[in-house]
Write a protein that binds this ligand. Structure first.
Ligand code: NAD
Length: 498
């Protein structure tokens, strides 16, 4: 495991290899280099796996599903293993932090916050496994009883993005394992290190060999090979809508169901009767925390015209005051983009917004320009209209698009003017207006006078192009289970041709 000391003592790039059947497999190349985006220098390299390694990992998971005790064990036995994993995470989460900070440039304060709570996602799934039992069905047919039993799918392929690798993996892995499936995880090629380290920790905590395997590499290579493998029974994907569509198409060819958690262009609707201070805190957290690299980023500010000047002035003051710096420094408030390609994409979208006529109030490319790594600071555009690219397309960066409204109906129409439907926010001191507008916003999660929280007990997921299926919540385990009906005769079968 990497430790903070390791970082200062060893500046050479480390090599990370896939984890299959309970061990790291030897690898001689090819490799993909992973940059530390805060310095734009290579810090690690990961195996560029292909068809052969995809097959090896899927076969390992299949064997563990068929032969091992995992799928056959009752939910309580699996829950005990997940509980041991949760205990190990509580004791050792710090060991995983540096890999993720260095891979994606997320601030150490945020990564620590996510990792210190990682155990809770596994505990929540363990609880669901303990409570899993056949459900009697009250059929109207005389002389029979019927029950619904829960069956795991088998091999689940879990594909994750680069922005919060281990937290998003937990949302998939915990319920998939609790349900009795075995898993092949494919982290983003930009951020594979923490997932590989986590797999070792999980194995040491008692997860049997083959129950969790991790292969690394490119989406269109090893990712597609995993999704299209004939032994893959279920796919769970978080990433862009383009990637999600390809995954769903490939999975459909094998009749493997998919859960897709995709992108967003979420609206923050601010009414003139809001509390300006709490509203600005919520808007700032929605778009500038995690450097805007979150799926629920509240990237469209739809503000009532009469309060716009005040809200925008407060936002500018807060955004200008955020400290940009090294993600390993706990005092840093804005760190780098997650990688060079993303830096170029965000910078290009800011330039395009100017070209299309939006008024740039704060330019994060300029504020990040004198740094060595891939830095783009908080960016605010006013006068953004629904025909502009900045309104329609996800930036996945700290770029806020501001527009105004006059009536509640206008606000709702603007909020829903998106191909996405992941999240939304409403800010008002009128509770009934808050409830009404929250009900009218077409998104999987809407927050009123609050933004951005996630909790094991509350489902998340999108509608429209933001995907389908739900993660977390009371039914999270059910996404990884199939129903089997068992009918039992309780009376002699009558002659069908009396
Ligand atoms: P991406 O779609 O480029 O990649 C995501 C993962 O899919 C990576 O592991 C990648 O290698 C893999 N992949 C890509 N193409 C594939 C293919 N054809 N077959 C199999 N695997 C493939 O997304 P990204 O840039 O890593 O992540 C950012 C995106 O993720 C944003 O759009 C963001 O909104 C979204 N996201 C959504 C949520 C959510 O819960 N809805 C959470 C986080 C991120």
């Amino acid at each position: 495991m990497m430790t903070p000391a390791h970082r200062s003592e060893n500046r050479q790039a480390i090599s990370l290899t896939p984890f299959v059947s309970g061990a790291s497999i030897p690898w001689s190349g090819p490799w993909i280099e992973s940059e530390d985006p805060s310095t734009a220098s290579v810090w690690s390299r990961i195996a560029r796996c292909g068809q052969e390694q995809a097959d090896e990992a899927i076969q390992s998971a299949h064997l563990a599903f068929q032969a091992g005790p995992w799928a056959e064990a009752d939910g309580a036995a699996r829950a005990d293993v997940l509980e041991r994993l949760a205990v190990a995470l509580e004791a050792r989460w710090e060991e995983l932090v540096e890999a993720e900070v260095r891979d994606n440039g997320k601030r150490i304060t945020e990564v620590r916050g996510q990792f210190s709570g990682l155990h809770s996602w596994y505990r929540h799934a363990a609880e669901q496994a303990r409570n899993l039992r056949p459900e009697p069905q009250h059929v109207a047919v005389p002389g029979v009883s019927a029950e619904s039993h829960w069956l795991p799918y088998g091999v689940v392929v879990a594909i994750t993005p680069w922005n919060s690798p281990l937290m998003i993996l937990a949302w998939k892995l915990a319920p998939a394992l609790a349900a009795g499936n075995t898993v092949v995880a494919k982290p983003s090629e930009m951020t594979s290190a923490s997932t590989l380290e986590f797999a070792k920790l999980a194995h040491e905590a008692g997860l049997p060999s083959g129950v969790l395997n991790v292969v690394t590499g490119l989406g269109h290579e090893v990712g597609e090979a995993l999704v299209g493998h004939p032994l893959t029974r279920k796919v769970t994907f978080t990433g862009s809508d383009i990637g999600g569509r390809k995954v769903a198409e490939a999975a459909a060819r094998c009749v493997a169901p998919t859960t897709l958690e995709l992108g967003g262009k979420s609206a923050q609707v601010v009414f003139a009767d809001c509390d300006p201070e709490t509203t600005v805190n919520g808007v700032v957290s929605g778009i500038f925390l995690s450097n805007g690299q979150t799926c629920v980023a509240g990237s469209r500010l739809i503000v009532e015209a009469s309060i716009k000047e005040e809200i925008v002035a407060r936002l500018l003051q807060r955004a200008r005051g955020l400290r940009m710096g090294d993600p390993m420094d706990p005092a840093t408030q804005v760190s780098s983009r997650a990688n060079g390609a993303h830096y170029r994409k965000v910078s290009a979208m800011i330039a395009q917004a100017r070209d299309e006529g939006a008024q740039c109030l704060l330019d994060g490319v300029a504020t990040g320009a004198d740094r060595q790594g891939y830095y783009v600071g908080p960016t605010i555009f006013d006068g953004v209209t629904p025909d502009m690219t900045l309104w329609r397309e996800e930036v996945f960066g700290p770029v806020l698009a501001v527009t105004t409204f006059e009536t509640e109906q206008d606000a709702i129409r603007l909020a829903n003017d998106s191909i996405y439907g992941l999240a939304g926010g409403v800010w008002t001191s009128d509770a009934s207006k808050g409830a009404r507008v929250a009900g009218a916003i077409n998104a999987g999660t809407v927050y009123v006078n609050h933004y951005r929280s996630v909790d094991p007990s509350s489902p998340i997921g999108g509608i429209k192009r933001s995907g389908y299926g739900r993660e977390l919540g009371p039914a999270a385990i059910k996404d990884f289970l199939q129903v089997k009906s068992i009918w039992t005769g309780t009376a002699p079968v009558p002659d069908p041709f009396p």
